[in-house]
Design a protein around this ligand. Structure first.
Ligand code: C2E
Ligand code: CA
Ligand code: CA
Length: 899
């Protein structure tokens, strides 16, 4: 069976497998879960924080630098203005001296005369004093010699004709009127900054120059008072020569920085420039700003150490970075925690999912696999590379076809599941795999569409259930269904059978089974039952149903056309089949069966009624001489009831001693004299009239009344026999049921004692059934009876199975050949042969023979001819009341025959 042919036990969804979904891949991130998105958002947040922080820090830095630059520019601007004024003030003395001389002198030779006077010395001195700046002023002639000085009179001779500014003044008429230069002083030992002004005559003729000097120290000491922390201030000549710097650098003083980018930029623009530089002096990163003075070829340079400038920013940046880093760390931590938690959850889930007994599948609404455990893969030998999250249901089913764990149409299967899914109810089904395993599939819809399926291999459980079911429903010996199963089947048949269907219930009872079982042993009996079961199985149609009800009883549900003749033919066929010899081990056994038939439509409606009807019919068949079949008739029920009534009446009759004992004489065939009588029970029912012992003895046996009845007959017979002539014997029938208690010898002894009859006059007739039931105890009882002195006769010889074997086991005194043989007795018949053989056998064992049921003279002659010892039968006399029979026993009265 494949999964699409399943035995569904579901409510609602009948489909077996829980793979539900709908089509279309929706892109790469179609399966990205919320975890993925959470991680992405978290990381984006961290990235944003990092970027924002970097930008903020960078902005702060920019701003800090800008602020530093602005401050620096302001300082430099103020300084430039300051020095402009300073130089102007300082140089105003030279200007006034130069202007004054220009007015007074017309040729270069006049200059020396004017300025070398003491008066002029005082004049110069006063000029210097007036300016408040005590740097001296000197006047040089056109040859570069010093002509006058405010410092002393007469002025010490010094020649400056080699000085650059002097040469510029002298040789280049268009050179600026004022020139500044840092030089090694020829008046003192140190470096000095000379501010020189040319003296021009009225006609523009070069007359000489006026100079005033200041030292870098002076300027540096001023710069030191205003220099910003971590900054430096410097004064440069516009040609790039460093004039002064604070902090002081001896090395740098006089060095030319014209090539520096800052200075180059200032030179190329309007004398102003600000930029970040690497200091050529100390290699540190600095912000530098330079500005030319408006009126002198001097520039002011201010620098500030960038790292110092950014010290504040660094603190801020650190704070911001720490805050951002903290925030990011927290976010990452939370993310990490979530991921860890989810991973652990997933691990736990996987652990749980892979450790369950069931295969597990979870599908989303688009028939795509979300989750699948290893158990499922192992269950069907599937590959985890194919069956993984995202795989579609039909792909999985196709894979299952490929590996041979599914047989069927994938599309049809998927469609079936879809249809089932629409009902939205959970379902359950058991499917059988191609390799014969039973898989229980449970489907449970989940919210938002999709299904979870659990699959469990219940093969072992199923097989156990099947075994248990088989044990509960089948007979172990024959393998046929048992009574319970038969009743179930009959109920089912009654439920489903339509009006046009006809079936009958047959009860088959094997007639001689018990005898076989007891005489040949249980295993032979078992073999016989198996053989009968096989015969029944073979002669029935597949639609029929045969069961063993127990013991030797079988039952059949048989379908037929509806015509009773056909049914009868079928029943006869069964009977004929059973009658065929059965080979059981070394034995070949013939058995017959009594069959009761009840027809579903005609006889009864309910299951119980049908069973009872078939049982009654079977009972009837048995009662009517076995080896036959009976259809149920309405009267049978009544008969059964009657039996019950009869039983209670019999009980009453026995108690009231309404049962009489009649006697049938037995004739000695040689002497033609009556040798004794057989006591036979007679019951005349007040309403029914004469009831045959063949009817009431079985009832007495089954109801247990036989004990009482048997005892009564025995006592009556003994008492009666005491009134007969000597040597006259009395025969009493003993039922096998009387052997059950083991009290029979006691009762016989008591009857003999009470009557005074000689034990040798009492003959007990028993049937082989006594020996069959429990041979050991029966033999014991027989020996006890023999010890009492009673004679023992084997009654109804030839009707059973094992008569011959028992003859050798127990030495009976007499064999009574059954009436059925005598009936058929005619010259040359089969019965004659049997009777002859029995007589010979009996003689061999020193037993006498009595023929029962002799009705004709011909039979008597034959028996005499066969050398049978005695006869009994209607030819001589039926059983008669004691008083009547007593007359016949008189030896003086000649024996008369009926014919
Ligand atoms: P049975 O022991 O075989 O008794 C002989 C039966 O054959 C008697 O039937 C008798 O009436 C009948 N019979 C005698 N001669 C002829 C004949 O020429 N032709 C025919 N057709 N029948 C003849 P009955 O009395 O009806 O008894 C039937 C059976 O009932 C007996 O068979 C015996 O087994 C049983 N039975 C009768 N009385 C007693 C009893 O007191 N105790 C027990 N345990 N069984 C009894
Ligand atoms: Ca008898
Ligand atoms: Ca008999």
């Amino acid at each position: 069976m494949t999964e699409d042919k399943l035995s569904s036990t579901s409510s609602g969804m009948a489909a077996p497998m829980a793979y539900f979904t709908a089509p279309q891949r929706t892109g790469l991130l179609a399966n990205a879960g919320p975890v993925f998105w959470a991680c992405l958002c978290g990381l984006a947040l961290v990235a944003a924080i990092v970027t924002g922080t970097a930008l903020t820090i960078s902005n702060l830095r920019q701003r800090e630098i800008q602020r530093g630059q602005e401050n620096l520019q302001n300082t430099v601007r103020l300084l430039a203005r300051h020095f402009d004024r300073q130089f102007s003030d300082f140089e105003s003395v030279e200007r006034s001296v130069a202007n004054d001389l220009a007015q007074r002198i017309s040729s270069p030779n006049d200059l020396k005369g004017v300025v070398s006077s003491e008066t002029y010395y005082h004049y110069l001195r006063s000029k210097v004093n007036d300016s408040g700046d005590f740097a001296g002023v000197n006047v040089y002639g056109v040859d570069g010699n010093r002509l006058a000085s405010s410092a002393q009179w007469p002025a010490a001779p010094v020649n400056l004709s080699d000085r650059k500014y002097f040469q510029a003044f002298k040789t280049t008429p268009e050179a600026s009127a004022v020139m500044i230069q840092l030089v090694q002083s020829r008046l003192s030992s140190g470096m000095t900054i000379v501010i020189a002004r040319k003296i021009l005559g009225r006609d523009g003729q070069f007359l000489g120059m006026v100079t005033r000097s200041t030292t870098p120290d002076m300027i540096e000491s001023f710069l030191s008072s205003i220099v910003p922390t971590d900054g430096a201030l410097a004064l440069l000549h516009q040609d790039g020569t460093l004039l002064a710097r604070f902090p002081h650098s001896e090395r740098a003083l006089g060095q030319n920085f014209a090539a520096s980018p800052l200075y180059a930029q200032a030179a190329s623009s309007d004398g102003r420039a600000t930029m970040q530089i690497v200091s050529p002096l100390d290699g540190q990163e600095r912000i530098a700003s330079v500005r030319y003075l408006d009126h002198y070829p001097v520039a002011v340079l201010g620098t500030i150490n960038t790292s110092a400038l950014l010290a504040n920013w660094k603190d801020q940046a650190r704070l911001v970075a720490v805050a951002a880093g903290g925030a990011s760390a927290i976010i990452l931590l939370i993310l990490g925690f979530i991921l860890h938690y989810l991973r652990r959850q997933r691990q736990r889930l996987r652990l749980a999912v892979n450790n369950m007994r069931q295969g597990l599948l979870l599908f989303d609404a688009s028939e795509r696999l979300i989750l699948c455990n290893d158990v499922y893969l192992e269950m069907f030998g599937l590959s985890s590379r194919i069956v993984q999250p995202g795989t579609k249901l039909h792909e999985i089913m196709q894979h299952r076809i490929d590996v041979g764990s599914f047989v069927g149409d994938v599309e049809r299967h998927c469609e079936m599941i879809r249809a089932a899914s629409r009902t939205g109810q959970s379902s359950q089904a058991v499917v059988e795999t191609p390799d014969g395993r039973c898989i229980q599939v449970k489907n449970q819809p989940v919210k938002n569409g999709g299904w979870v399926s659990t699959l469990e291999d219940i093969t072992v459980q199923r097989r156990a259930e099947e075994r248990i079911w088989k044990l509960a429903n089948y007979d172990v010996l024959t393998g046929l269904p048992n009574r319970a199963h038969f009743v179930d089947e009959l109920r089912r048949e009654l439920e489903v059978s339509s009006n046009i269907e006809h079936f009958a219930v047959l009860f088959v009872d094997t007639d001689e089974f018990k005898a076989v079982n007891d005489s040949l042993g249980h295993h032979v009996g078992d073999e016989l039952l198996e053989s009968i079961a096989e015969v029944l199985r073979r002669c029935l149609a597949p639609s029929d149903f045969v069961a063993r009800l127990g013991g030797d009883e079988f039952a059949i549900i048989m379908h037929y056309s509806g015509q009773q003749e056909q049914l009868a033919a079928l029943v006869q066929r069964i009977q004929a089949a059973i009658r065929q010899p059965h080979r059981c081990g070394p034995h070949t056994l013939s058995v017959d069966a009594s069959i009761g038939v009840a027809i579903s439509k005609v006889d009864g409606l309910s299951c119980e009624e049908l069973l009872r009807a078939a049982d009654l019919a079977m009972y009837e068949a048995k009662a009517s001489g076995r080896r036959t079949y009976q259809f149920f008739e309405a009267g049978m029920e009544k008969k059964a009831r009657d039996r019950k009534l009869l039983e209670s009446d019999l009980r009453q009759a026995i108690e009231n001693e309404d049962i009489e004992v009649h006697f049938q004489p037995v004739l000695d065939l040689r002497s033609n004299e009556i040798g004794g009588c057989e006591a036979l029970a007679r019951w005349v029912h007040p309403e029914r009239g004469y009831v045959s012992p063949a009817d009431f003895i079985p009832i007495a046996e089954q109801s247990g009344l036989i004990e009482q009845l048997g005892d009564y007959v025995l006592r009556r017979a003994c008492l009666e026999a005491m009134t007969w002539p000597d040597q006259m014997k009395v025969a009493v029938n003993v039922s096998p049921a009387q052997f059950k208690t083991g009290a029979l010898p006691l009762k016989v002894a008591s009857a003999l004692a009470d009557s005074g009859l000689s034990p040798g006059s009492l003959e007990l007739e028993i049937t082989e059934a006594v020996l069959i039931r429990d041979a050991k105890t029966a033999l014991e009882t027989l020996y006890q009876l023999r010890q009492l002195g009673a004679r023992l006769a084997l009654d109804d010889f030839g009707t059973g199975y094992s008569s011959l074997s028992y003859l050798s086991k127990f030495p009976f005194d007499k064999i009574k050949i059954d009436r059925s043989f005598i009936n058929e007795l005619s010259d040359g018949s089969r019965s004659a042969g049997i009777v002859r053989a029995v007589i010979a056998l009996a003689a061999e064992h020193r037993m006498s023979t009595t023929a029962e049921g002799v009705e004709t003279e011909q039979q008597r002659n034959m028996l005499r001819h066969l050398q049978c010892d005695e006869m009994q039968g209607f030819l001589l006399s039926p059983a008669k009341p004691a008083a009547e029979i007593k007359k016949m026993l008189n030896p003086a009265v000649p024996v008369k025959f009926a014919s």
